[in-house]
Design a protein around this ligand. Structure first.
Ligand code: PAF
Length: 287
């Protein structure tokens, strides 16, 4: 879709707040897709989910430094703003909030949002401070843009659980919508980080969705023992070579508590390293 719309790019939180005030005073509802840029079809599918739910479609592009732990890929995270702006324009986005880190986090910045329990396990265990950084930026984006609706992808499953909880606990008046993971033709979940993979690693990485699909089939055939499923997933991934499992977990889809047996809807989450690249994926299963 090319709506050839004129796109407005806002660079500072002050300007964003002022513009949002004008839009809301005109009783227009803003829909926001928050992103860290380097957009792919997964992001674009979230923009399409906003259709009919708001009057003005907006996106943010901001590689949020406080959600990266020391030593992670903050500085080398892929960036291509010109390409992103063009993709967003074609999707009918009218407003983009793309601030720089200094305007978002001046030297005296000191307020953070912590979603205590949901942030601890899974990715939270391996990425200290990550979800504190995510919850903080998402709340600030809600406040600055005054969006009525916000869309997130289910690939970052724990992130969606953390944000849902934060919005509920802090009574933020925003509707959250979640989009299914968009996958490459061979099943690999789309991610801006896939660009780090060498062609060989890219071929190998497909073991992740393959292992999750295998687990889903097992559950459908009555295998409900979480340990057996985790062992099977690990075997498939380990066979691929050059892929190291960081965690495999079977959890309750809302509380993220670890399940030993699957007796109702559950979520299987996986994090791996393919070479130096960390990839995550997940799948919903039910008996
Ligand atoms: O999922 C992401 O891209 C980021 O975590 C988000 C939600 C844009 C916050 O920086």
């Amino acid at each position: 879709m090319d709506t050839s719309s004129v796109i407005e790019v806002i660079r500072t939180p002050q300007e964003m707040a002022e513009r949002a005030r004008e839009i809301v005073e005109r009783r227009l509802r803003i829909g926001l897709v928050p992103t860290m840029g380097y957009l792919h079809e997964g992001h674009l599918s979230l923009i399409r989910l906003l259709a009919g739910r708001c009057d003005l479609k907006a996106a943010s592009i901001f590689v949020n430094p406080i959600q990266f732990a020391p030593g992670e890929d903050y500085t080398r995270y892929p960036r291509d703003e010109a390409r992103d702006l063009e993709l967003l324009r074609k999707e009918g986005i009218e407003l983009i909030f793309a601030p720089d880190p200094v305007s978002m986090y001046p030297e005296d910045y000191q307020t953070f949002v912590e979603v205590e329990h949901l942030s601890k396990p899974l990715c939270g265990r391996h990425r200290p401070g990550h979800f504190r950084g995510v919850a903080t930026i998402v709340l600030r984006l809600i406040n600055l843009t005054r969006c009525s609706v916000m869309a997130f992808g289910l690939k970052d499953y724990q992130q969606t659980a953390v944000i849902r909880r934060m919005v509920k606990d802090l009574a933020a008046t925003v509707e959250l919508i979640f989009g299914e993971t968009v996958r490459e033709a061979d099943g690999l979940a789309m991610s801006s980080r896939n660009v780090y993979l060498t062609p060989q690693q890219r071929r190998t990485a497909v073991c992740v969705p393959q292992s999750l699909n295998w687990a889903k089939r097992q559950v459908e055939q009555g295998i409900v023992d979480a340990e057996a499923l985790k062992r099977g997933i690990a075997e498939i991934i380990n066979r691929a070579g050059e892929v190291k499992v960081q965690y495999i977990e079977v959890v309750d889809p809302e509380t993220l508590e670890v399940l030993l047996r699957i007796t109702k809807a559950a979520r299987i989450l996986v994090a791996v390293y393919v070479g130096k690249t960390r990839l995550i994926d997940n799948i919903g299963v039910n008996v």
